[in-house]
Design a protein around this ligand. Sequence first.
Ligand code: SF4
Ligand code: SF4
Length: 187
Amino acid sequence: MVLKTTIQGFLTAVKGLLLTVRHLFAARKSRETIDIRDEKYFEKQEGVTTVQYPKEKMPIPEVGRYQLHVEIDDCIVCDLCAKACPVDCIAIESIKSPEAIGKTSDGSVKRLYAAQFDIDMAKCMYCGLCTVVCPTECITMTNQYDKSTSKLTDLIYGFTEMTTEEVAQRKEEWTRFQAEKEAAKKK
Ligand code: SF4
Ligand code: SF4
């Protein structure tokens, strides 16, 4: 009984040692940067497991969810993305226009100006819901992930192209239009 246990203990120690030696030799070469779509991805996980980032970067999947982008010319400022966001990290302010202001690339009519369109990527949890509900598909996840910064406010991305003066002018136009409409009703 004692002999059997001793032999078993010895074999276990040898097994563990062999595993350590195997990894020791494998660690002499750096790990290949393998694309996750490679059929042998899991079989090729050999070598030093750390990646020398930023000199070395792992390939990322096409459907990965990273930095958001808004093609503002195609946005109809419907606010659906902001409403769908579970963490309220999209801030939109719209200004109505008395008439249509143009069309998006898919032919949707634009009637609102985007006075503000900010996304706080520090709060974003990359769920992708905003991209799913967008009727014009103008808010998308890009493959950009290297956005580290030491200032948290740098992670608030603004997408509106309107200046403060333009915003004030459009607001004034809408107020005037409304006043004229009211006055016409009273006549
Ligand atoms: S990906 Fe999710 S959390 Fe991020 S802005 Fe879109 S809806 Fe909000
Ligand atoms: S859902 Fe799309 S069109 Fe609507 S405000 Fe958001 S980005 Fe613009």
